[in-house]
Ligand binder design. Structure first.
Ligand code: NAD
Ligand code: TYD
Length: 355
């Protein structure tokens, strides 16, 4: 079994990936995570006692720590999930996005390069640096424009998207300049269990259950291409195994939805699962002032990964969303744990002036 250094594995997608990888015995894993507000070690509680899983608290920007871990654990592959990931937070406080997403990825690349150069020729050949990125680097699509392909020019619009774009460029440069065997995936909006409730879908579920208003930015007609997190994790493993070195792969759900449609669907599911007499959760919908620079539409053309690697999403949006809502209903301890004072402060900062 290969050994992977996974960064950011206590967050939403990283934790789902690690759980899937351990369940299927895909990889022996060392998880390096700084444990920011977005992380939750409870995500990985079921791995306690698993000899093929180790956790290290630390920052990907700390090149000495990363170098130490590489020499200590001698991973065959690195999968970089670690990032600041929320667009609204990047608008309030962009600096930490530069620090983690750009400087952090750069330091991780540097440490990887020095480690990789000292490996045996066989290990060097098999080594992979897989960088997880986003469709937001491609900017915003017009309603009738073709979906993003791997060669769509980068036109990032938010501080978050710009920081991810910069990181992607460094990954590309390390392949072209040093021949470090890199892979990059650019995926669309993920949804599913264990997502921190600052993002649209979990925020809507938890606000609705609390009887709080459901904030929809602008006219609610912005479009995202929703991808079930487990489909995404399977795609990542496939790219790791079979992806062509130096290439990028777009991963999408083939599932474009307006934000208003997503929120209405969640309300419909809650009306069924947690009915209240003479009340629909959709009555909590509230249109609020827009996010500055709000991208209108994202859509991924994932024909490359479909044709080259044989991947395609398995989950359909209605059943995936239902499973997601049910997970939040079944995991009130997890929800209580993330609903801290810091989270309440964030809600105040982001929504108070939008009422
Ligand atoms: P998340 O915010 O839920 O988790 C990020 C994790 O990274 C957290 O556990 C956090 O503690 C850790 N982290 C942050 N800074 C770190 C640092 N300096 N060093 C080490 N660990 C650090 O994010 P997510 O939604 O799981 O996203 C994972 C990756 O996927 C990110 O790179 C993100 O840009 C990308 N992505 C996410 C989505 C999505 O819809 N969630 C879509 C496209 C791409
Ligand atoms: P989000 O989950 O923050 O992901 P991203 O900005 O990375 O796409 O937001 C998804 C969409 O939902 C985006 O168009 C912004 C919108 N949105 C709202 O309308 N209200 C909200 O409270 C939030 C958090 C997002």
């Amino acid at each position: 079994m290969l050994t992977a250094l996974v960064t950011g594995g206590a967050g939403f997608i990283g934790a789902n990936f690690i759980l899937l990888a351990r369940k299927n015995d895909w990889l022996n894993i060392i998880n390096l995570d700084k444990l920011t507000y977005a992380s939750n070690l409870e995500n990985l509680a079921e791995l306690r006692g698993d000899r093929n899983y180790n956790f290290v608290q630390g920052d990907i920007s700390n090149i000495e720590l990363v170098s130490y871990l590489l020499n200590q654990y001698k991973p065959d592959v690195i999968i970089n999930f670690a990032a600041e990931s929320h667009v609204d937070r990047s608008i309030f406080s962009p600096q930490v996005f530069i620090q983690t997403n750009v400087v952090g990825t750069f330091n991780l690349l540097e440490a990887s390069r020095f480690y990789w150069q000292k490996l045996s020729p066989q290990k060097q050949q098999n080594f992979r640096f897989l960088h997880i990125s986003t469709d937001e680097v491609y900017g915003s699509l017009q309603a009738d424009a073709a979906a993003f392909k791997e060669d769509t020019p980068y036109t990032p619009n938010s501080p978050y998207a710009s920081s991810k774009a910069a990181a992607d460029h460094f990954v590309r440069a390390y392949y072209h300049t040093y021949k470090l065997p890199t892979l990059t995936t650019n995926c669309s909006n993920n949804y599913g269990m264990r997502q921190f409730p600052e993002k649209l879908i979990p925020l809507t579920i938890l606000n609705a259950l609390d009887g709080k208003y459901l904030p929809i930015y602008g006219d609610g007609q912005n479009i995202r291409d929703w991808l079930y997190v487990i489909d995404h994790c399977e795609a990542i493993y496939l790219v790791l195994q079979q992806g062509k070195i130096g290439e990028t792969y777009n991963i999408g759900g083939m599932n474009e939805q307006t934000n208003l449609a997503v929120v209405n669907k969640i309300c419909g599911i809650l009306d069924e699962l947690v009915p209240k007499p003479n009340f629909s959760y959709s009555s909590l919908i509230n249109f609020v002032p827009d996010r500055p620079g709000h991208d209108r539409r994202y859509a991924i053309d994932c024909s490359k990964i479909k044709h080259d690697l044989g991947w395609q999403p398995k989950e359909n949006f209605d059943s995936g969303l239902r499973k997601t809502v049910q997970w939040y209903l079944d995991n009130s301890a997890w929800v209580n744990q993330v609903s801290t004072g810091a989270y309440q402060n964030w809600l105040k900062q982001n929504y108070e002036n939008r009422k």
